[in-house]
Design a protein around this ligand. Structure first.
Ligand SMILES: Nc1nc2c(ncn2[C@@H]2O[C@H](COP(=O)(O)OP(=O)(O)OP(=O)(O)O)[C@@H](O)[C@H]2O)c(=O)[nH]1
Length: 605
């Protein structure tokens, strides 16, 4: 147990590539957590996909023991946080577990987009922010200019910013001293009833579900019977410990400390991020504030390209779900695609991550259908059925329009921060997506604009568009504000006169034509030519609202060429065969796998 005054809990915020991971590894190395050899591979981002995409999907923490210049030993808990809006709630819980943050800024690049977006969140959590100007070894480094920038743009005192080169190990000792001196110790009461926040959880094949916790009051120990206040479940703690970054078991976790527990829990679904852990015998009176039940908001179908892979897909999805409670799935059948699963996600990035893991780690070829949000439909009474309400997760289940009394869609309240110069384009983007402007103010030279927007206009590519028109400088945060009625219709896409159910979608009537035209144009580029003309149409009910035609292919002249290296030809044939496997036959037309998601990216409209 460490005395509260000797604990510091912090995270590191930085723009991409400004050196967050390198600095974290140096801090670990300097305090003895890692050998030089272990340093070679970055430690905090440990999933293959995370490394390639450069984002941290699951929060991780490392505990460092640091002997400060005053001779005292401090316990530093360094928390890594994910950086995408899909995981905003997880980030908010990680930040709530810390008292401060290191703000890393590249000495040559200065303050950039992500620096700002992240620092605002940190300020919202009342963090003490310690500026670190990194990469001072670079010839282009200009620490003085960056210091002024931090003060002018972010508005925090940077006169004592630490100057570092994480790469060459300069300023690491000073950074550690600054953490101890500047970041306040946590508060808490050892004798009060136990109150700990569930910050994160993941499945480990050896330990079962591992839960990352921040103790607020009281003490967590092995053998204690605890209660998860939101979930209402009870568990017996069988391990308590921390990561250095290697796993280490501890006798207990006291107030202010961050660490992990295990309690023979089989599925992460039983552990809700933000839940309050207390003891069964002497429970806390009130749960911690800020708890939210995270629910999937984007749904799509996932089907194996090869129907024989269905069982493999079921197994792989179940295994992924063990580790990710925020995604859901249930079986689905489609006329064109056969057996598959309807899956729910936190957002489009989340969807892409799962899809990529299934493809890469489990070697599955998948077709992903058009993503959709959940609609509420009130049905009229019919001859066989009473009036009732349905929640529509799948455009394929859209009822006969004559039976629909009303249809409602989810709306969100979005808050966007942006430098002034991008404001015009951002307002236009929101307007194009049926947004309703609620507020526009200026905070420290930056605009803060609040919009209400239909979720289905946001989930697909809004975030990407926002980032691209603001060159990454705008930050975006949203919360759901309930359902609202809308003039929504189902748009079908017909390829060679056959409806492709995987491409049908619910759209607002006002934007249907534009979207239909765009889809047809996109598909025209994505579907290869065939030996005959292929019409592509968008239709609402029986009415065609947009049309494109793919011209017929000219005769294949190379087919008549004889000779050549037979093995090379065989290779080409094999390659072609593989390419074919990724296509889907619709009647007599083959649609490549990429078409299904690519067609939905609205891009420049
Ligand atoms: N010259 C120099 N390069 C550095 C320094 N610190 C980090 N780098 C390099 O900058 C690049 C990005 O560093 P990372 O630590 O991966 O940056 P990051 O902020 O974690 O990046 P993301 O994980 O993509 O957000 C790497 O090639 C590092 O080697 C430094 O002090 N000086």
């Amino acid at each position: 147990m460490t005395d509260l005054s000797h604990i510091r809990n912090f995270s590191i915020i930085a723009h991409i590539d400004h050196g967050k991971s390198t600095l974290a590894d140096r801090l670990i190395q300097q305090t003895g957590g890692l050998t030089e050899r272990e340093m070679t591979s970055q430690v905090l981002d440990n999933m293959e996909i995370e490394q390639e995409r450069g984002i941290t999907i699951k929060a991780q923490t490392v505990r460092l023991n640091y002997v400060a210049n005053n001779g005292e030993t401090y316990e530093l808990n360094l928390m890594d946080t994910p950086g995408h809006v899909d995981f905003a709630y997880e980030v908010s819980r990680s930040l709530a577990a810390c008292e401060g943050a290191l703000l890393v800024v590249d000495a040559a690049q200065g303050v950039e987009a992500q620096t700002l977006a992240n620092v605002y969140q940190s300020i919202e959590h009342d963090h003490e922010i310690v500026p670190v100007i990194n990469k001072i070894d670079l010839p282009a480094a200009d620490p003085e200019r960056v210091r002024t920038e931090i003060e002018d743009i972010i508005g925090i005192d940077a006169s004592e910013a630490v100057l570092t080169s994480a790469k060459s190990g300069i300023g690491i000792a000073e950074t550690l001293e600054a953490i101890v001196a500047k970041i306040p110790p946590p508060k808490g009461d050892r004798d009060a009833p136990l109150k700990a926040m569930l910050v994160d959880s993941w499945y480990d094949p050896y330990l079962g579900v591992v839960i990352l916790v921040r103790v607020i009051d009281g003490v967590l120990k092995k053998g204690l019977r605890v209660k998860f206040m939101q979930a209402g479940t009870e568990h017996l703690i069988d391990r308590v410990g921390c990561f250095r970054p290697k796993i280490e078991q501890l006798p207990e976790l006291g107030p202010g400390e961050i660490g992990f527990i295990t309690a023979q829990i089989k599925e992460v679904a039983q552990t809700a991020v933000g839940d309050t852990i207390t003891t069964v015998v002497r429970p806390a009176a009130k749960a911690l504030p800020g708890f939210k039940q995270v629910q999937p908001v984007v749904f799509c179908g996932m089907f194996p390209v090869d129907a024989a892979d269905f069982e493999k897909l079921r197994e792989s999805i179940s295994r992924l779900r063990l580790n990710d409670a925020s995604f859901s799935f249930e079986m689905e059948t489609s006329a064109a695609l056969g057996f598959g699963f309807r899956c729910g996600f936190l957002g489009l990035l989340h969807l892409e991550i799962i899809q990529e893991r299934l493809t890469r780690e489990y070697d599955l070829d998948l077709i992903t259908t058009a993503p959709s949000v959940v609609y509420r439909i009130q049905l009229n009474k019919s001859r066989t059925d009473d009036a009732r309400e349905i929640m529509l997760h799948n455009p394929a289940d859209y009822p006969d329009p004559s039976r629909i009394a009303s249809i409602e869609e989810p709306w969100i309240k979005a808050v966007i921060y942006t430098p002034d110069e991008y404001l015009g384009s951002i307002l236009k983007l929101c307007q194009d997506r049926r947004g309703v402007q609620k507020d526009l103010t200026y905070v420290g030279g930056r605009a803060q604009v609040t919009y209400e927007l239909p979720l289905n206009e946001v989930v697909f590519d809004f975030y990407d568009r926002l980032k691209s028109i603001s060159r990454g400088y705008a930050s975006f945060d949203y919360e759901q504000i309930g359902l609202r009625e809308g003039d929504l219709v189902k748009m079908n896409i017909l390829v060679n006169a056959e409806p492709v159910d995987a491409l049908s979608m619910i759209v607002h009537r006002g934007v249907a034509e534009a979207r239909g035209r765009h889809m047809c144009e996109r598909l025209k580029d994505l579907i290869p030519r065939h030996l005959f003309k292929v019409p592509i149409q968008a239709a609402i009910g029986g009415k065609v609202i947009a049309r494109e035609t793919i011209a017929a292919m000219r005769k294949d002249v190379t087919a008549k060429c004889y000779g050549g290296d037979i093995s090379r030809k065989k290779k080409l044939l094999d390659k072609q065969k593989k390419g074919k496997a990724r296509m889907r036959e619709y009647g007599s037309v083959s649609i490549p796998q990429e078409a299904f998601i690519a067609a939905l990216r609205m891009g420049e409209e």
